[in-house]
Design a protein around this ligand. Structure first.
Ligand code: CA
Length: 234
């Protein structure tokens, strides 16, 4: 018998808390719930959950404070649950060390997918465990070959420039997770790079022309409006 993974839900709205708990238990997870930040912190300390679902708007504190505190001593995955439209909140939570976010209202499959990715990444200590021992990551007809620094689509070379390759390679390493524009820019062009999204958008448009069948409805690299990009992982 396998040990069930434990998900801590910190959410003050009882209907949402109950909704998440029901879905998770029906899908084989153990759950712990907290309606306040204080209860949540106590449960993190006493139960060491495998993943935390964290509402940012809590009655007794800002959920962001919990992320900040937790990151001082733990890399436990945290998925922020946020209202749709709060792009700046999402970005700050990610900058502070949250692993991902999910926007209310969300559906069952989205919730389960986010949790699966967060758990997989924490098992692989950050990088994508779907990258094979020969350093390849495959999603659909797209293959990133980290050994050869090459991307192929339907078996042929996508002919990416060096910058385009670096961008796809980075997103592939964190497939399924959102990376913020600022994070991507820092990783690609260093800490002194201007946080100018324009250059990123130009590169992404070129990449999509090369790898997507319909660049306006991307299958492989999705835009999270106001936040960043997410590479599909299945
Ligand atoms: Ca709330």
């Amino acid at each position: 018998m396998t040990v069930k993974q434990k998900v801590l839900i910190i959410e003050d709205e009882s209907s949402i808390r109950y909704f998440m708990q029901t879905i998770l238990e029906a899908n084989g997870y153990d759950t712990l719930t907290a309606a306040t930040g204080k209860e949540g912190i106590a449960l993190i300390n006493s139960h060491c959950p495998d993943v935390v679902l964290l509402d940012l708007g809590l009655p007794d504190m800002d959920g962001m404070e919990i992320v900040k505190e937790l990151r001082k001593w733990s890399s436990m995955p945290v998925i922020v649950v946020s209202a749709r439209g709060d792009e700046s909140d999402k970005v700050s939570a990610l900058d502070m060390g949250a692993d991902d976010y999910i926007s209310k209202p969300f559906g069952t499959s989205e919730l389960l997918a986010r949790i699966k990715v967060a758990l997989r990444h924490s098992a692989g200590e950050g990088s994508n465990p779907k990258i094979t021992p020969d350093s390849r990551f495959t999603v659909g007809d797209l293959v990133i070959d980290y050994g050869k620094c090459r991307v192929t689509i339907e078996g042929r070379d996508a002919e990416l420039t060096q910058n385009e390759y670096k961008l796809v390679a980075l997103l592939g390493k964190y497939a399924g997770r959102v990376l913020t524009y600022d994070y991507i820019i820092q990783q690609l062009w260093g800490p002194n790079a201007k946080n100018d999204n324009q250059i990123l958008r130009v590169n992404m448009a070129n990449i999509r022309r090369k790898i997507e069948k319909r660049p306006a409805e991307p299958r492989y690299i999705l835009t999270e409006v106001g936040v960043g990009y997410r590479m599909a992982d299945e």
